[in-house]
Write a protein that binds this ligand. Sequence first.
Ligand code: IPM
Ligand code: MG
Length: 360
Amino acid sequence: MEKQICLLEGDGIGPEILAQGVQALKTVASKCGHNFTFVSALLGGQAIDALGEPLPAATVSACKAADAVFLAAVGGPKWDNLPADKRPERGLLGIRKAMGLFANLRPAMLFPELAKACLLRHDIAQRGLDLIVVRELTGDVYFGEPRGIEVRNGERTGFNTMIYSESEIARIAKVAFETARKRRHKVCSVEKSNVLETSRLWKEVVCEVHADYSDVTLTHLYVDNAAMQLVRDPAQFDVILTGNIFGDILSDEASVLTGSLGMLPSASLGASGPGLFEPIHGSAPDIAGQDKANPLATILSAAMLLRLGLGLGREADLVETAVRNTLAAGFRTADIMEEGKTLVGCREMGERVCACLEKL
Ligand code: IPM
Ligand code: MG
C-alpha cells in the first residue's frame, strides 16, 4: 500500500519522539510490504519562529493532501507571552478546525507491566481501568462566538459562548456508539444539563441517536459527578462521550490516573479525509533535547494511525505487541522507571521497539 504521511514534529521533545514513531512506521511498512512516504510541515512554536504564525497556510494544505497526519507536541515557555492568537496552541486548535477533526478519541488504560504506576488505591485499580474518552473537538466554548474581553459598565469583562447544534452532537454521538460496539457496548454521556441549555440539548440528541444503537447501554452523568466517579470507580466506564471543554478536562484526569501519561496515544478524526494522531502529553520543554522522553505514546499513536487512519489493523496490532514486549523485557524510560528494570533513553526505547517488531 502506498501512503503519504504528513509529519508535524512541533516543539520541545517533539522532534525526538516523532523520530521514534516514524522509525516504527518505517519498520512495520517494510515488514508488511507497504510504501510510506513522509512530508514535514511546521506547526506551533516552530512555525512562529520560522514564519511568524503558528499555523502557516502551507501546513494546512500539506496536512489535507496527506493520507494521515502524525503530530508530536507543540508549545513551550518561549512563546508563553505572545498574544492568544499568536500562541502555539492556536496552531493546534486551528489545524483541528481546518481539517474538520470533530472526533477526538483518547484511550486511558492500565498497562499490566506498569500497574505500580497507577495513582489509584490498589483495590480500586484492581477492578481495572480501560476506557476511552470520545471528545467533541471542533465546537463548544472553544470556538463559540461571540467571545472576547471588553469594557462593560466600566470594568473589563471576559466572555465566551458555549454552543452546540444538533448535527454536531449527533455526529459525535454516533462515533461514541460505534466505538462502544467494538468494545464493551457501554456509553456514558457527560454534560451539565442541570444547569446549561447546551447540555440539555446534548442529552436530548444523544438519546435520539441512541435509538439506532439499542445494543449499546447508554447512561448519563453530570460532569462534576463524572470527575468524581473517575477516581472512585473508573471500572464502570467503557466509552465516555462528552463535549470539547468537559472532554479536555476529563481526558487529562482519566489519563493521569493510569500513572503513565507518556504511554497514551490519541486520534482526531473527521467525517472524511485524513485523521491526525498524536500522543496526549505535551512538549515537555524541561527535558527537550536530552534523550530522556518516553517515545511510547508516540509509537502507540503510530499504531492508531495505522488502524484508524490507514485501515491497517494487523500492522497496528504488531506495533502494540512490540511495545508490550519491550516493556515485558524490562526496558523503561525515566518517567516509568521502577527498581529492577533497565533505564533507557528515548532513542534506545524506540530502537528496542523496532527490534521487537522485526522479530514478530
Ligand atoms: C489538549 C490540549 C489542547 C486543548 C490545548 C493545548 C489547546 O489541552 O489537546 O487537550 O485544550 O484541546
Ligand atoms: Mg487538554
